[in-house]
Design a protein around this ligand. Sequence first.
Ligand code: SF4
Length: 392
Amino acid sequence: MPTDAITPDVLTVPRKRPEGPVNLVGLTREAMRQALIAAGTPERQARMRVGQIWQWIYHWGLRDFAAMTNLAKDYRALLAENFVIALPEVVTRQVSGDGTRKYLVRIAGGHEVEVVYIPEEDRGTLCVSSQVGCTLTCSFCHTGTQKLVRNLTAGEIIGQVMLARDDLGEWPVPGAPKDETRLLSNVVLMGMGEPLYNFENVRDAMKIAMDPEGIALSRRRITLSTSGVVPEIARTAEEIGCQLAISFHATTDEVRDRLVPINKRWPIAELLDALRTYPKASNSERITFEYVMLDGVNDTDADARRLIKLIEGIPAKINLIPFNEWPGAPYRRSTPARIRAFADIIYKAGYASPIRTPRGEDIMAACGQLKSATERARKSRAQIAAETGTSG
Ligand code: SF4
C-alpha cells in the first residue's frame, strides 16, 4: 500500500460542513470528488483521493478514516471532520433452518426494510430492497400490502450489500492470500419495492457494486426484477447493464391486471415489445420470466402453452415460483403435480423452467413474503428530503 507523498501544507483550509458530516457510502465517484473538494481537498488531488478512499471503503470494507494508512494523518482528520462511512443499522438477524438469513435493517427516519441472503453450495445470493413499502400493489405480494413510504437512497441500497458482507466476513484481509470464492456472489433486486420507480438510486448503487476497484461484482451477477415499468426497461440496459427479470405471472391481460396492476398501464403486448428490443438480451444473457404458481388462477396447461407463445423470439428462461403464503394472502400455492405438469410443457418447448425452491419460509424470507412494520406517516416532501439528505 503506497504511502502518501503529499505533505500536509498543500491542503486548503478545511471547511467544516454546517449541516453535519456527509455519508460517503452511496456517492458516485464524481459526487465523492465534489464532496472532497468542498471539504478542502485540492482539486488536482481529488480524483486520486477518490481512488484511495474508494478502495478502503469498497474493497477492504473499512469504516474508520484513521485506519486509511496511505493518507496523511491531517488529511484523515479532515475526512473524519466532514464525512462518515455509515450503513443501515441491522435491527434483527434471523437464520432459517435452510441457512437463509433475513436482516431487518433500519434506515434514516427510522424506517425498516428487509434483506435476504440465500446461501448455495459455493456461492450465495443477496435479495436487496429498493423502496420502503412499494409503489405498486401486486396482489400476490406481501410487500404490495405496504404503501410506499419512500425510495431508498443509493447508500441505503449498496449498504445492504456491505452489511451482508460484514455478516459473512466477506471483506479481504490485508496480507492474507487472495481468496476468489465469494459467499455473496449474486445480487438480485427482488426485495421490497419496484426498482425502476427508484431508477437513479438503484443505478448508482449497482454501479458501485460493479466498480472493479471495490466490490467488483460482475454485471452478469446482478439481476434487476421489474413488474413492467416499460419506459425504464431500455434505460436499464444502457445505464446499468445488469440482467433483467420480469415479474410476469400471467398470460392474459385480464388475469395480469388483477395480479400485477401496473399491467393496466403497460399491458402484456407493450411489455413484450420492450423486451424484444432489450439491448442486453442474448442467448447467453436471457431475460428471466418470473411466474408465481397460484392454485386455480394462472396454472393451467393452457396458461403454459400461452406463455410459450407470448415469449416467442425473446431470449428467455422461466422461473416457476411456488406461491409463498403470508398472513391474509388471497391465494394458495398450486399443487406440486400441477407445477410439475406446467414445467413439463415449458421444458418440452425448449425453455429452461426451473422450479424455484422456496427458501427461508420458516422466517418469512421467501419470495413475496417481505414486509416491514413501517407504515407511511404523513410526511412532507421537505421532511423526506431532510431524511435522505437529498434536495426535496
Ligand atoms: S411484486 Fe414487486 S412491484 Fe409488486 S408489490 Fe411486490 S415488491 Fe412491489
